[in-house]
Design a protein around this ligand. Structure first.
Ligand SMILES: Nc1ncnc2c1ncn2[C@@H]1O[C@H](COP(=O)(O)OP(=O)(O)OP(=O)(O)O)[C@@H](O)[C@H]1O
Length: 252
């Protein structure tokens, strides 16, 4: 069934409608519109400071927009916050993780906070610990873990309540190549069953994991399409990045 006023269908899982966020006169996000359908794995690509994190916070309802609306699983993230949060798993950049807790304690704490029963918590803890490969660190304080393990603990926490939609802010940032490979593998596996929007400023990330790319620059969407449309060789990708941002592309 579709909504005749917006053209959205039941398969629209993430939607931005004329989203803007102003800090004084500065627009961090400006008139952003898109729909991500069930089963898509989309990358939010753009240079540092382009507005990726701000837009993700607006999409999740974490930040109130200056104008516009966002929907997760069809729920308005400002007025139907609780319903939206049941469908959504949001991994913010760098956290939130409690450094003195152990991964085991943290997962139990978030399961209880989400109102999950103890049988369900135990079942899901086993599953996310396996998926994110946390066995070795379950009893160690999170603050003592490597960045790669901390990122995997964050991912496990996000997945605990089996959300259909994942919004992941720079899930591989600051990781070493082995850790990046592991996290990409987890995301590819998740992409088989979930709708995902992840942010990155690395073009290779997009090609490795995503079937759609939404390119943002200075708060605006400047490209929305299949990653192959950005080019196939490193030189073409550099050129496209340059065209879209007006920057030379060492980040690419
Ligand atoms: N609370 C705030 N007050 C004022 N300006 C802000 C605030 N939050 C973000 N900005 C500005 O908005 C712009 C977009 O920031 P944002 O963090 O969304 O970009 P980003 O694309 O996620 O960047 P990065 O890749 O560096 O994380 C930046 O210029 C940033 O300085």
């Amino acid at each position: 069934m579709s909504d005749p006023t917006t053209g959205s269908t039941n398969d629209t899982m993430i939607e931005a409608v004329r989203l803007s966020k102003y800090y004084g006169h500065f627009a961090a996000t400006q008139d952003v519109n898109f729909k991500i359908q069930r089963g898509e794995v989309a990358a939010f690509l753009g240079p540092n400071g382009a507005g990726k994190s701000t837009t993700m916070k607006l999409l999740t309802g974490y930040l109130a927009p200056s104008t516009g609306k966002s929907f997760i699983g069809g729920f308005d993230t400002q007025t139907e916050r609780l319903q939206a949060s049941k469908v959504l798993g949001y991994l913010p950049e760098n956290g939130p993780l409690y450094p003195d807790m152990t991964p085991r304690g943290l997962l139990r704490f978030f399961g209880e906070a989400r109102g999950m029963g103890s049988t369900e918590i135990n079942r899901r803890m086993h599953e996310v610990i396996d998926l994110c490969n946390l066995h070795e660190v379950l009893g160690k304080p999170i603050g003592k873990l490597s960045k790669g393990y901390r990122q995997r603990v964050g991912m496990a926490q996000v997945l605990l309540h089996e959300p259909e939609v994942l919004i992941l802010d720079e899930p591989t940032s600051g990781l070493d190549p082995n850790q990046i490979r592991d996290v990409r593998q987890v995301i590819r596996t998740l992409g088989e069953t979930k709708t995902i929007l992840l942010s990155t400023h690395i073009l290779q990330e997009v090609e490795a994991m995503c079937n759609r790319v939404i390119f943002i620059n200075e708060g605006r969407v400047v490209f929305d399409g299949h990653p192959s449309e950005l080019g196939s060789t490193p030189a073409e990708l550099d050129q496209k990045f340059h065209e879209l941002t007006g920057m030379v592309g060492p980040q690419v």
